[in-house]
Design a protein around this ligand. Structure first.
Ligand code: HEC
Ligand code: HEC
Ligand code: HEC
Ligand code: HEC
Ligand code: HEC
Length: 654
């Protein structure tokens, strides 16, 4: 699709004209039918909202296309067909035993996702189509996404991003990292697949958007070239795939772009495409950048590897250097690749068996999914309570490895530095409802709390945001899309039609540059980081009488505001209420402490603003810099830096 021009006058009326692609023909037929539906139903539910009248064609993207027949592209097999050999051995090392209790395995059962897809369909006609492509790729390939509705998913579609799917992903780029067939087949097994797609104009360029290329046959593609014996049956070829060790493999889905928008190169704003046709350039860089985890990584030092002296990432790794997504999210363990290694040769224990733990940041949804089932049902899909708890413990450990915090006293202020140790922004990924914040408790000589900043109430799930730093990304609607839909302009949770980042102060990773992040559509918004800066500082003025401070950095997956939105905005079905109740039942996404530390505060001369032991011109500069503001320079702690503070500073001069 990359050949078509961005210029409306040059754009062919039918972007697929001249090309007969299997799958796209089906898509077009359905699109024609649903275009009529869209005009009829354009006025969607509550509050006179006008649904964006998108059609299936608007969501078309290259890559392997759905094949409902399962003839040209073999249906994705259930993970249960792998358990006999790839589960039930070792302690939390077998692929199935770790994968099953992760968000990747549960991506299609996730109640928050169900609720968000309902909103997507309210906001844009068939808006859920693209969501299903990435969260339930088996169902998408089986052709169950044409209405964009979860209600059309069935049976194994709920197996999420599973074994058979991932182990059939093909590197879309032919070259040094192409796959090699088992038993010395010299020809790359990728070539015929790539050539066929290219001939249909379906070869994706650029990483992301779930524009995956799937091996049409039910093969087993994996990293190892020394598997002693293929026990998968004659039809299931074993293929050595270097792609499975590359970040691009994960980037296929961990870079999310909304194809209904195009970037206006002059203004930098995003505008709705002419509807009823596929995205004119199909270049992810021209689409609205909802998630940029892979691109953030690509624009970081991790591309070349980063050494951690404390070996906090990578598992059984000799040198402590990590680079790829897999290095950190699939740490190496000493284990067999299948259960037969326990019986000895020809199978053997590997020192670098990738653990399928995919630990990220979500601490409550997997437990909520188990809670929504009968215990024996949950046990059958690998969601036994111990597995769920072990996965949650790994996630908490991951969060704690993700940041470091240091506290210093500067004059009468407390400086809190948070350093991002991850390979992307902290936090990264899904923007809606996710946040990280600083909680500070100042205590006096009697060990009583004299003041608290960033207070969070576990019962109400309400956070005091006004007096602390909250790390987050706020997306929302520009005035243009607000006018079209009748919704309010500004920050909001309408993911499927969001066309603007209103705020983004998430901390960049090592190697950050403003130009690099500008180029991937992920520069800070309403906040600034200098090139190379992968930490952030916050100053808190210590109140009178404070002799120590306890500071905690918290992460929360799903805020109350987001969950209430999913419940209250839903005018179509019960999924919003189900998600909200699941959230309440699982403890309202209890915040996780990523770092916590205590500092003793010495009674400093409050006029020595930079804490260097002398009141001089640099303190004066700090005060003048913040004139009229709060915080630094507010020597008398009356909430504003003004003439009385200046007088105090001059009094203590020298
Ligand atoms: C009858 C037993 C059996 C079943 C069932 C089975 N596998 Fe395997 N698989 C093995 C053995 C044995 C190995 C080799 C392990 C080793 O060498 O460490 C293996 C290796 C693999 C590899 C690694 C290939 C490489 O080159 O790195 C992948 C990927 C894989 N299996 C995927 C699957 C998937 C997906 C399923 C289910 C659809 C599955 N297997 C079902 C026995 C099985
Ligand atoms: C087919 C698309 C797809 C591919 C390929 C994919 N992911 Fe994911 N991943 C997802 C989706 C969708 C979710 C979120 C599911 C949810 O929250 O409901 C997810 C969730 C995750 C999470 C958990 C996030 C959290 O909040 O806890 C991690 C970690 C992760 N993926 C890492 C990886 C890594 C590493 C790879 C490559 C080895 C990878 N993913 C490949 C689609 C994909
Ligand atoms: C240096 C180690 C490291 C690398 C490399 C890395 N991650 Fe992460 N990732 C982390 C840590 C630690 C966390 C937990 C803290 C957080 O939420 O960011 C995390 C969190 C995540 C999350 C959940 C984020 C959220 O807040 O919801 C996703 C999704 C994810 N990573 C995907 C990826 C993908 C995809 C790649 C490769 C492009 C990657 N990671 C590379 C360490 C890493
Ligand atoms: C998100 C994609 C993804 C999913 C889902 C997934 N895998 Fe993997 N798997 C990978 C990647 C990537 C590697 C190689 C990682 C590396 O070496 O750094 C791998 C490696 C393997 C290996 C090679 C290890 C060895 O010793 O032979 C086996 C076996 C395997 N997977 C089986 C499975 C099974 C069984 C499931 C389902 C329970 C599964 N995988 C689910 C991505 C996935
Ligand atoms: C190209 C892949 C992709 C597409 C398309 C996609 N997502 Fe996701 N989604 C992800 C990934 C990856 C994550 C996990 C990131 C993280 O945890 O930070 C995620 C996370 C989420 C979450 C958070 C789930 C939770 O438990 O907190 C929701 C909700 C969600 N997506 C809704 C949607 C909706 C609605 C759509 C369609 C409008 C959609 N997604 C389209 C990849 C995708």
């Amino acid at each position: 699709m990359n050949q078509t021009s961005n210029h409306p006058a040059l754009r062919p009326s039918n972007p697929l004209a001249g090309r007969i692609a299997r799958g796209t023909l089906i898509a077009l037929a359905i699109a024609a039918a649903s275009a009529t539906v869209a005009t009829v139903m354009a006025r969607g539910g509550g509050g006179g909202q006008t649904k964006v009248p998108t059609t299936l064609a608007d969501f078309f993207q290259p890559g392997t296309q759905p094949d409902p027949s399962g003839i040209a592209v073999a249906a994705i097999e259930t993970s249960l067909s792998c358990t006999y050999c790839h589960s039930g051995y070792g302690d939390q090392v077998a692929p199935y035993d770790t994968w099953s209790a992760t968000l990747m395995a549960q991506s299609a059962r996730d109640p928050v996702w169900h609720a968000a897809v309902a909103i997507a369909n309210q906001d844009a006609n068939i808006g859920g189509e693209t969501c299903i492509r990435c969260h339930a790729p088996g169902g998408w390939l089986a052709g169950h996404s044409a209405n964009g509705s979860i209600a059309d998913l069935q049976g194994d579609d709920f197996d999420g991003i599973n074994c058979n799917f991932c182990h059939r992903v093909v590197n879309p780029e032919l070259g040094a990292n192409s796959a090699i067939a088992y038993a010395g087949d010299p020809a790359s097994p990728d070539k015929p697949i790539i050539s066929a797609l290219a001939a249909e104009g379906l070869l994706p360029a650029g990483v992301g958007g779930a524009r995956f290329v799937i091996d049409p046959a039910s093969v087993r593609r994996g990293p190892f070239d020394d598997v002693p014996q293929n026990l998968h049956g004659a039809e299931a070829r074993l293929i050595t795939s270097p792609f499975h060790r590359m970040s691009e493999f994960c980037g296929t889905c961990h870079d999310v772009s909304n194809p209904i928008y195009s970037k206006n190169r002059k203004t930098g704003q995003y505008q709705l495409n002419a509807l009823g046709a596929a995205h004119p350039t199909q270049n992810p860089a021209d689409m609205f950048p909802e998630q940029r985890t892979y691109s953030e990584w690509l624009q970081s030092d991790f591309v070349n590897g980063v050494a951690f002296a404390d070996h906090r990432f990578g598992g059984n790794d000799a040198d402590g250097v990590v680079s790829t997504c897999q290095d950190c999210h699939m740490p190496k363990v000493i284990a067999g690749g299948c259960r037969f290694y326990e019986y000895g040769p020809p199978f053997f224990e590997r020192p670098d068996m990738p653990q399928h733990s995919f630990a990220g940041a979500n601490t409550w949804v997997v437990q909520a999914i188990r809670n929504s089932m009968l215990p024996e049902e949950a046990d059958q899909i690998g969601l036994g309570q111990p597995a769920v708890e072990q996965a949650a413990a790994r996630t908490i450990q991951m969060l704690q490895n993700g940041s470091d915090m240091t506290l210093t006293q500067i004059g009468s202020s407390l400086k809190v530095r948070v350093t991002n140790q991850t390979g992307h922004k902290l936090p990264t990924g899904y923007p809606e409802g996710r946040r990280m914040w600083l909680n500070v408790k100042f205590t006096n000589a009697l060990d009583q709390v004299v003041a608290e900043r960033g207070a969070y109430d576990n019962t109400s799930a309400l956070l005091e945001t006004a007096d602390t730093k909250v790390y987050r990304a706020d997306t929302g609607l520009s005035p243009a899309i607000a006018k079209l839909t009748g919704l309010a302009a500004g920050i909001g949770f309408h993911l499927a039609i969001a066309d603007k980042f209103y705020f983004d102060n998430r901390i960049p990773p090592r190697g950050f540059t403003n130009a690099g992040y500008q180029s991937i559509g992920s520069a800070p918004v309403g906040y600034s980081y200098a090139d190379g800066q992968y930490w952030d500082d916050t100053l808190f003025v210590a109140p009178a009488g404070a002799v120590s401070a306890t500071v905690t950095l918290y992460y929360q997956t799903s805020s109350r505001e987001y969950m209430e939105f999913l419940r209250d905005t839903n005018t179509t079905d019960g999924t919003g209420l189900v998600a909200y109740n699941a959230w309440v039942g699982a403890g309202k996404s209890a915040p996780v402490a990523m770092d916590s530390a205590v500092i003793a505060l010495s009674a400093a001369n409050p006029a020595d603003l930079n804490g260097d032991g002398v009141v001089n011109a640099s303190d004066l500069a700090l005060l003048l810099n913040n004139w009229g503001g709060a915080g630094v320079g507010d020597i008398n702690a009356d909430g504003v830096v003004n003439a009385s503070d200046l007088a105090l500073l001059l009094n203590g001069w020298g």
